[in-house]
Structure formats: C-alpha cells, structure tokens
Design a protein around this ligand. Structure first.
Ligand code: GLA
Length: 763
C-alpha cells in the first residue's frame, strides 16, 4: 500500500517509488506538510515541526497570526496570518475574502479518478493509489478535496483539488492553485524554463530569497516565454547528485509557479492556474476542479528527475496508440515552399522524398480558403482547389500511391478578419465590444469558450478529414490572447474566459482523437509555445521550436527534455543556411541532432544534391535502427547541454542496458582537442557487462572499432558469436566506461557530430 494513515498521530504517509511524503493534521485543524524526500519508515514525523508546535494557535491564545505564518501548509489560504503565496482565495457576495480550511476526513482507494474535461495522468488500480483529504470552511459551507495519487513504482505524486460550494450563495474563486510544497530549509536554488519564439526552454537557475521567484504565463497559452515547470534544488544539484523537488503542470493555459523563502526558515513552492485575470463564479451546489500538478522527487540530481518524468509521461500520460509505436519519418513543406506551392510541387517533393526513405508528406499552412499569404483565410477550412487541383482526396491518393502517408496542418483556434467566417460572425473572436481588438500575425483568437464556435470549426475540420485519407494532423496556434472579452459570457463571468478557452481547446482535441483514433497528432504553437503535459495527453508529439538550427536545438531540446521524453519532441533536418539563424551546419550534424526526437525533414528535397539525398537514405535507415531506443530508453545528459560551450553530449540507454546511443556534437573546434580527444563518462550501463562500439557515425573511428557493415554485424549477432575480440574490436566493461570514461576523438571543424552505438557483448 503506497498510502498509510496513522490514526493516533493523525498523519498521512505517501510512499512513491523510493520517496516518502508526510502530512499531519496539526492542532486538530490544519493540514500541515511535514516531510518530503528519501524513503522513511516513520508515519509520525511531527517532531520536525519543533518549535512551531509551541506556537500552535490553540496553545498560545493571542498569537494565532504568528503561528499561521510559520506553519507549513498543504493548501494555504490568505487573510489569517499566512502572508506567503496562497493556493485558494475566495470572495463572498458580501465582499469578504477570508476562508479558513479545517481538516474534516479522508479516503484512500486504488486507481485514479479522471478530471472532468481536463487532461491528467492515468493509472489502473494496480499501478496507483489515491488519497483524498477533505477540508472545510464551516462558515461558508465550502469544501476542498485535496487529491494525491501515488504511482508506487515511480517517485511521483500527482495532485489536484476539487472546490465545492455547498452553501446557498455563489462564491467567487479569485485563486485556485493545484499544489503547494512547504519544504523545510532555504538553502535551495530554483530552476525554471524561460525563452522566446525560436528560443524555448532555456534553463534558468536562481537562489531562493525573500522575494518570490516567479515563473508564469498570462498569455492564454503555455508560451515560449515561460514553461510550467519549476524545481527547488539543493545547491549542489547537477545531473547526477543533489535533491530535486520538481513540479510540472498538466495544463495548457495561464499558469503561475513561485518559490518563496518564508520568515520561519522554510521555502514555499506553489503551482496552478494563474490568478491574474482569473475569477470563477462558483454557484451554490457546484464545484471547480483544478488541473493536475505532477510532483517528482529525486535524490540523485536532474538526470533521475528527468527519467522519472519520462517514464510517467510515456506510460501514464500519452494516451494515443502512437505513444509507444514507431512514427513515420515526415517531410514538411513549410520551410521548403512556405505559401508558394501547388499540387504538382507537392507531388514532386513527395516523389523525391519517398525515394530517400521518407514516409509521409505533411502539407503545412496555405492549403485552405483564400490563404495565399498569412493575412487571410484562417477560419475557412475548405480546400483551395486553385492551389490543389482535384482537392485533398485526389492529392492524398496520389501521395499514397507513392507509398507515403499524408499529413495536414490546421490552426483551428484562429480567424483572420479577411475570412468568410469572420465576415459572417465577427462576434466569434475574443474581443471587447466596441474596442478594436489587437491583431497578431493579422489574426484573432476565436472564442472557444462558446460551444457553437467550437462546433462550427470542428464540423469544417471533420468534413476535411472525412473526405481525404489524412493520417497525421499538425495542430498549430500562432498568437497569444489579448483583449479578453467574450460576447457570450455575462459580466460576472468574463474573468473565466481564459480557463474556459483552454477547456474548449481540450474539448476539440478530445473530439478529434475520439472521432479519428488512428490519427497521429502533433501539436505546435509558433514552435514550442505549447509544449506542455496537458497537450501531450492528446498528442504524442509536439513541435519543439521553429528554430531548426541544429546547434540552437541542442539547448532547446535539452530544456524540453527535462520533463518530456525524446519520443515527444518534434525535430527535423532543415536546409542551410538555416532560416532562423543563417548558420551553416553539416547535413550529418543536422540529422544526428534530429534523431534525438521524432525525426523528419523540413526542406525541399528536390533541390538537394545527390550526395545530400544519399545522406537522407542513410539517415532514414539510422532512424529505423535506433528509434526504438530513442523512444523507449533512458536519457542521460552527459555534458552541460543547457550551456554548451565546446561540445554537447547525451546518451540514451535501453531499459535492459543492452545498448546505448551516444550523441556528441562539437560546437567549437579548438586545436588541443585533436591530440587528446574528450573523455566522456557514460552512465546507466551494466557495470558487470562488456560493451563494444557497434557503429560509429561521423568523426574518427575510435581505436579498436572495425568498420564492418550493419549487415555483417547483424549476421554475426544472429549467429550468437560475440567474436568481437577476434575481430579486433575492443570490449570494455560498463564499469570502465562509466568510471574511466570513453575518449571521443575530436575532428577539425565547428559543428561536427558523432553518433556511437554501444552494444553489450552477449554472454
Ligand atoms: C508556425 C509553425 C510553423 C509553421 C507556420 C505556418 O510558425 O510553428 O512550423 O507551421 O506556423 O504558418
């Protein structure tokens, strides 16, 4: 059992993987946080509250306020003396904003409930256990159910809350966050992810101090500017050591996360829907459910945290059949043609691509309505037959005739003023009446809080998908929300718009995957602005960034990989000079970096040299050889990939430790390197097994590696003959590779890359 209640101490202990989480009902009233960290056997750890217990409100009448600001809470409320960030803030009809939550009861059950209309992790009755703790404000008749689900095999606790108005009058929720962690001590740093368009997920590290460290979005979507990830880490944290307390939000809209040092020596981390521009009218007898926060603990640094998130998301979040399946290698026409294409051009691209082993053509922006440039057409989801003669039905047939699949881009949440949809329904855009809304990329956001708006757009998209053999959808979202106003919502519900909008998005994503269960679905938002766990629930892959430059991608993909598996990361080989940076990198390097993701191409194959096309053939073969490993293996970041200087290195090790794929990118070439090479200490191997380098791509062949073909290797493996030593291939123990390291030979030139495949010698 992962959850224990100690009746005498009135405490709860949650065991998740090899971590423990302890809470206690303090002073017979307040649900307090006591401990989170490495596994402990104790269920009563109230001694940790130490001197704070001395100022329990009931023990020292007259000093309640002091106690409130010192106590560690599970779900803090403001206005009673706790001046740190709160999880729940309300406003009554009388205008008062205080509520006081008292512990009431609990229940423990196997499995995990679904969240209504929201994405969330899932697990069956054998995989997880849920604790529900009910707290009440008797005066307001307000009930808060705090949910904790423990995945027993993983260091994971998933949290959400349900706020129930059991009174007879409405209550306004001004803030309803999902989780709080009152960690003891203050000797921490805070990690968060920030960025910009084409520069997503840049890791930031700051110390905890008396001011709050905040990471948030109020853009209506997750955003490229901040990602809903925050981790409190001990000062010594690196990839392999130190304590990490991480939170990741399963939500795709405005979020708020903060870390703050309290006056009593503890540190509070909270996460949830951003209270900025949020007020929810909770009618009598109704409830509000907060989205889920996933908490991960690691005592072995960031690497272990990452692998926990990856295992959880691969097995308990990505729900589509493609979660663990091979994905087709695609070519997307965006950077190849932008808006300048017709069916002939597309078929030329598909023909050439199929000869190189590419398996799917994705038709990006510009196939619908009057969309010849980006100031028109969004909202009109019917095929532009001037551009695509014979329509999509014919085009998909022709593409399928080349033994290729066909995928399609949509941006369903948007409308251009220059569109039939907007001309007919100007009030369907998010706007404030009588105020001209601000345009971004010449488009408005549709008011998806309204069902009729969603129904209308979805009917158009469904019609397209019903009439052409589309096997993949790229769902884009290319602007943020402004001018927050809905023509439909009453004045006391206007502040609900942002959250209702996100619920509307989830409704359509859900309809899409329900009506078209075999569709492979990729999300995108001006690149990686919606790379979040909420969207990952519906879509097993997400475009990580519009920056397709292989060198820039190292940092972007490393930041994204903190929580998200490589199998979810959209990454393509694009043309040079790169369209975002102007940088010229070798074709091999672009391929090697893109292999650590979903893999595909974003260029005009018809314009490539024969040599480059031959490289595509090699790369597509490499993809098939290694993708099972990339998709399912454990990721180890072997260098500081967040701030790479001379080189970046990472590896993926299979779960059974029988193989590992090492990626090494030389960012800058420096003279001394040729003589010495760079020693990389591998991780995650079996120390008692022996390994050899089975294939090495790029760079200089390491000493002791033969250059036999893949076919020869397979034959030899199939024959059961390890035989490596007789072939002159060096065998090295996992222990030596992890402790002594492996020397990567450096080669002249910037931006070169190497891929090394280590295979365990068969016993
Ligand atoms: C966004 C996406 C790109 C492309 C364009 C099309 O910028 O991130 O990949 O689809 O839109 O307009």
């Amino acid at each position: 059992m992962g959850i224990i209640y100690n009746e005498k101490a009135k405490s709860f202990k949650l065991d998740a993987g090899n971590s423990s989480y302890v809470m206690q009902v303090f002073d017979n009233k307040f649900l307090s946080h006591i401990y989170y960290g490495k596994h402990v056997p104790d269920t009563d750890m109230s001694y940790l509250l130490g001197p704070i217990s001395g100022v329990a409100p009931s023990k020292v009448p007259g000093f309640e306020v002091m106690a409130m600001d010192a106590l560690p809470f599970e779900y803090p409320v403001p206005g009673l003396g706790d001046y740190r960030d709160a999880c729940l803030e309300i406003q009554t009809k009388t205008g008062h904003r205080v509520c006081e939550l008292e512990y009431d009861s609990y229940s423990i059950y196997s499995g995990k409930p679904k969240l209504d209309g929201l994405p969330a992790t899932f697990g069956n009755e054998k995989e997880c256990t849920t604790l529900e703790i009910v707290c009440k404000d008797p005066l307001l008749n307000l009930e808060v159910v705090l949910r904790y689900t423990v995945f027993e095999e993983l260091n994971v606790i998933c949290r959400s809350s349900v706020i129930k108005n059991k009174g007879s009058e409405e209550i306004y929720l001004k803030c309803a966050l999902s989780a709080c962690l009152d960690a003891s001590g203050q000797d921490y740093d805070v990690l968060s992810l920030h960025g910009a368009w084409a520069k997503e997920c840049q890791l930031t590290r700051q110390s905890v101090n008396a001011n709050r460290v905040i990471s948030e979005s109020s853009r209506g979507v997750t955003s490229a500017q901040s990602s809903p990830f925050m981790a409190l880490v001990s000062k010594e944290v690196n990839e392999t050591c130190g304590d990490v307390y991480a939170m990741n939000f399963v939500y795709s809209g405005n979020f708020y996360a903060s870390c703050e040092a309290g006056q009593s020596g503890s540190t509070r981390m909270v996460m949830g829907i951003n209270p900025n521009n949020f007020t929810w009218k909770l009618e009598a007898d109704s409830l509000f459910e907060t989205p889920e926060v996933v908490m991960v603990y690691s005592s072995e640094g960031l690497g272990a945290m990452t692998r926990t998130f990856h295992d959880l998301y691969r097995n308990h979040l990505i729900r589509c059949p493609y979660g663990n399946q091979d994905r087709p290698i695609l070519v997307n026409n965006w950077e190849a043609t932008y808006f300048d294409f017709n069916e002939t051009k597309l078929l030329e691209l598909a023909t050439e691509a199929s000869k190189c082993g590419i398996e799917m053509l994705v038709l990006d922006d510009g196939w619908f309505g009057a969309r010849s440039i980006d100031d028109r057409g969004l909202g009109d989801w019917y095929v532009n037959e001037d551009k695509i003669k014979g329509g999509l039905g014919k085009l998909t047939k022709d593409v399928n005739g080349l033994s290729m699949k066909f995928g399609l881009w949509i941006e369903p949440e948007m409308v251009n003023p220059n569109s039939d949809l907007y001309r007919e329904h100007p009030d369907w855009a998010i706007q404030i009446p009588n105020r001209t809304g601000k345009l971004s990329r010449t488009q408005y956001v549709l008011d998806w809080s309204r069902k009729e708006v969603r129904d209308s757009v979805y009917a158009q998209i469904k019609h397209v998908l019903d009439n052409a053999h589309v096997e993949y959808i790229k769902w884009d979202m290319n602007r943020h929300l402004t001018d927050l106003g809905s023509y439909d919502l009453p004045s006391d519900r206007q502040q609900e718009l942002s959250h209702r909008y996100v619920l509307g998005v989830y409704d359509i994503m859900n309809r899409l995957i329900t009506d078209f269960p075999d569709l492979l679905y990729e999300n995108c938002s001006s690149g990686g602005a919606r790379f979040d766990a909420g969207v990952l629930y519906y879509s097993p892959q997400i475009w990580a960034s519009d920056d397709t430059d292989a060198i820039e991608r190292i940092r972007i993909q490393a930041g994204t990989s903190l929580c998200f598996p490589l199998s979810s990361m959209g990454s393509h080989v694009s043309a040079v000079p790169n369209h975002q940076t102007g940088r010229i990198t070798p074709f091999e390097t672009r391929g090697i970096v893109a292999l650590s993701g979903t893999f595909g191409y974003e260029l005009d194959v018809t314009k490539l040299s024969q040599e480059e096309k031959d490289l595509i053939k090699k790369q597509t073969k490499m993809f098939h050889k290694y993708n099972h490993l990339v998709r399912n293996g454990d990721l180890y970041r072997l260098s500081d990939v967040f701030h790479p200087e001379d080189y970046a290195c990472w590896s993926v090790v299979s779960k059974d430790r029988s193989e590992a794929l090492i990626t090494f990118v030389q960012i800058h070439s420096r003279p001394g390197f040729f003589a010495t090479g760079t020693n990389i200490k591998l991780q995650g191997l079996d120390p008692n097994a022996k390994y050899y380098v089975e294939q090495h791509v790029g760079g200089i062949e390491p000493i002791g590696t033969d250059s036999e073909s893949v076919g020869d290797q397979e034959k030899r493996q199939a024959s059961g003959l390890g035989g490596m030593e007789s072939n002159g291939v060096q065998q090295i123990s996992g222990a030596a590779l992890m402790n002594g390291g492996y020397v990567i030979q450096r080669v002249p030139g910037d931006y070169t890359a190497q891929l090394l495949h280590f295979v365990r010698v068969k016993e």
